[in-house]
Design a protein around this ligand. Structure first.
Ligand code: SF4
Length: 328
């Protein structure tokens, strides 16, 4: 089996919460709290959880937009956790990010031509003429007309703007793209077009994706494996098929139940969870899901379950049987 292109080990990202007259950090927002995962070249790992569970923060740590508090990020065998400045520059090329709202991530005062040329200028690639050709090729790859170069982001639809973001993200031939809810703000009819484009690009350029979403339905067709995240931790990770056909964690079960059924004649028993995700500043003791879990037992109130390796998945739940090892 191919070695992972990305290996994340016990990663933590704690943000200080400054309070009082002296603005001292007495508490921490534990946005990412000991996450381990890996992605192989050309593979898609779906990362799913409700808003506020830390998945976007994890993506930004991996892209090294944040410097993690603890833990380790290896990219192609090199520890990039603490790199900064020039030492980080090659990895900025190799690891790219697509954001949910292209209007925020694209500079509204620049033309599409300028936006797509910028990565080549930053990394000193090609002459002006060569860069112009590369920009035209990028537009062609993502299905936008060559005349787009003179237009501004606000002149495009949401789906077209996301195509511009995607074009920029692949400009430097990255190996890993972190897709942070790239279709969540789009109409359902446009979502599938963008997902298909991402799949085509993955096949053409052997891209690895970390695909972040709050909705399991969105990642279903694009992910090889899926990790379920809640309050800074991974609760379950398995092949897409295993997650959809036989979810083992009560939180995963509730996310599956929330997927709309297109056929109104089919009825399923829904395990809809109540309440909101608790604050990562003051997470519940024991299993952080216990205040909302329909299967809670006494142990869950006091003991945090570790992520254990089972024959077909990783799972963090006291109800998990047949665990063969502890991974974190
Ligand atoms: Fe529910 Fe307990 Fe499992 Fe947590 S450990 S998911 S509270 S059963």
């Amino acid at each position: 089996m191919t070695s992972p292109i990305l290996q994340v080990d016990k990663l933590k990202m704690y943000f200080p919460v400054k309070e009082g007259i002296l603005m001292r950090a007495t508490r921490f927002n534990r946005a990412v709290d000991g996450v381990s995962l890996s992605i192989r070249p050309g593979e898609t790992l779906g990362l799913v959880g409700e808003s506020g569970c830390g998945k976007s923060t994890l993506g930004r740590c991996i892209a090294r937009l944040y410097k993690p508090t603890e833990g380790r990020i290896d990219f192609e065998g090199t520890d990039i956790t603490q790199l900064s400045g020039k030492a980080l520059l090659p990895y900025r090329k190799d690891i790219q990010m697509i954001f949910q709202d292209p209007m925020e991530s694209l500079n509204a005062r620049h033309t599409v031509g300028d936006i797509l040329e910028e990565p080549f200028i930053i990394h000193r690639i090609g002459s002006k003429q060569e860069r112009t050709q590369k920009v035209r090729r990028l537009l062609d790859i993502v299905g936008l007309p060559a005349r787009s170069v003179t237009r501004y982001p606000f002149e495009f639809s949401g789906g077209q703007r996301q195509r511009i973001s995607i074009a920029r993200s692949i400009a430097l031939n990255p190996k890993l793209v972190i897709c942070d809810e790239p279709v969540s703000a789009l109409d359902v009819s446009i979502q599938s077009q963008i997902l298909n484009l991402l799949v085509d690009l993955q096949e053409e350029f052997n891209l690895a994706y970390l695909f972040i979403a709050h909705d399991l339905a969105v990642v279903k067709h694009i992910s090889n494996r899926i990790a379920i995240m809640y309050l800074g931790k991974i609760f379950e990770e398995a092949d897409g098929e295993a997650i959809y056909q036989s979810p083992q964690h009560p939180y995963t079960e509730s996310l599956i139940s929330a997927i709309p059924i297109p056929d109104p004649r089919k009825r399923i028993r829904r395990e809809v969870i109540k309440g909101d995700v608790p604050s990562p500043i003051n997470p519940p003791r024991g299993c952080s899901f216990h205040p909302r879990c329909p299967k809670v037992i006494d142990t869950c109130h006091v003991e945090q379950p570790s992520l254990r390796t089972l024959p077909d998945r990783k799972l963090a739940c006291h109800l998990a049987l047949d665990a063969v090892s502890t991974t974190s």
